[in-house]
Design a protein around this ligand. Structure first.
Ligand SMILES: *Cc1c(COP(=O)(O)O)cnc(C)c1O
Length: 363
């Protein structure tokens, strides 16, 4: 039995009639940039996230970048980021001309450690940028308290956390703004690139909607030097279909995660831990083992697809060589990079796959 890491085609096939109809509707409408389909998705997604505004943009990286710009981040500023994240979190800061300042995660949850944030704050710090990694919310209350105390903004990277809840409330507007990606493999994924920012702050919402559209509110009137970063209406139409099944598909992921947790208990693998205030959406099911590479080999030989999120932390990438961080600069993140492996997970994954995988892991 082969178990793919993720089956995006199966996800499409499950919704094929609705998705095909949604795409045809946009093609037939003759309206191909922004417009009613994007407006409708923005309203529906904001409501889903319990936020007042949603602004559709071209991808998750742009969502982060434009939100930071709207918060006034620029050259000379610093933004606090996790040391263990997908590099997009850091790149968005660099794109503003600002400096990412890494803070180590909590070992048990993989999310930024609030107890280590204050030591990283300087007079140049503008924003704290926690990531809800692997679909589990970061511990937002202490982060928001630190931000209030120091007069900083909070931007959440929720690219992996569509539908997750923190202390009972949906991720979407705890911080000043929340950045989303609709990359196909995310819990809410388009059939191409897409992204959004949600916020309860009308000024931020307004600035981001102007920035995404050439700095223009009225055609050929350019208030600021903006970008072309609009959510495509065909993708918006697809996302409207998939938003309707998001909770159901997240519940399936929860069921898979439960089976993994039971099947791998006592296996010697370090399993994900969920704090009592978190309702994760299991974007990834990440386990840890000191002999990770041998485990991956056994899984792959048994026909099980795996990925590593992420094999090299941003501070050790060539892209950030100029910052001069060497090996050992962020040991918690570096150890995670050596030991983590993501097991297959998704709304279309068969339960039998979990049994196969648990057997191999226990083998
Ligand atoms: C996917 C992802 C992004 C970037 O999203 P894109 O749509 O690919 O630009 C940013 N941050 C995290 C944590 C992600 O997982």
């Amino acid at each position: 039995m082969k178990v793919p890491f993720l089956d995006l085609h199966a996800a499409y096939l499950e919704l094929k009639p609705e998705i095909d109809a949604a795409i045809a509707r946009v093609v037939d409408s003759g309206w191909y940039i922004l417009g009613p389909e994007v407006d409708a998705f923005e309203a529906e997604y904001a409501a889903y996230c319990e936020a007042e505004h949603a602004i559709g943009v071209a991808n998750g990286l742009d969502a982060l970048h434009l939100a930071l710009l709207a918060m006034g981040v620029g050259p000379g500023d610093e933004v606090i980021v996790p040391s263990n994240t997908y590099i997009a979190t850091w790149l968005a800061v660099s794109q503003c001309g600002a400096t990412p300042v890494p803070v180590e995660p909590v070992d048990a949850t993989y999310n930024i450690d609030p107890a280590r944030i204050e030591a990283a704050i300087t007079p140049r710090t503008k924003v704290i940028l926690p990531v809800h990694l692997y679909g589990q919310p970061a511990d937002l209350d202490p982060i928001l308290a630190i931000a209030r105390k120091h007069g900083l903004r909070v931007l959440e990277d929720a690219a992996q956390a569509h539908g997750a809840r923190y202390k009972g409330r949906r991720i979407g507007a705890h911080g000043d703004a929340v950045a989303w990606s609709f990359y196909p493999g995310k819990n809410l994924g388009a059939l191409g690139d897409g992204g959004a920012v949600t916020t309860n702050d009308p000024e931020l919402a307004d600035r981001i909607s102007v920035l995404r559209n050439y700095g223009s509110r009225v055609k050929y009137v350019n208030e600021v030097k903006g970008f072309n970063s609009r959510l495509d209406p065909i993708q918006a139409a697809v996302l409207r279909v998939k938003l309707r099944v998001l909770d159901e598909w997240n519940a399936r992921r929860q069921g898979i995660a439960q089976r993994y947790l039971e099947g791998l208990a006592g296996s010697g693998l370090v399993l994900p831990q969920v704090p009592e205030w978190a309702e994760p959406v299991w974007h990834l099911f990440v386990v840890r083992h000191p002999e990770r590479d041998a485990l991956v080999k056994r899984l792959n030989e048994a026909g099980v697809g795996t990925l590593i999120h992420y094999p090299v932390p941003p501070h050790l990438q060539a892209a950030y060589a100029e910052m001069g961080f060497g090996v050992g600069a962020f040991p918690v993140a570096e150890r995670m990079a050596r030991e983590v492996v993501s097991l297959p997970m998704g709304g279309q994954m068969a339960a039998e796959g979990v049994e196969v995988i648990c057997g191999v892991c226990r083998g």
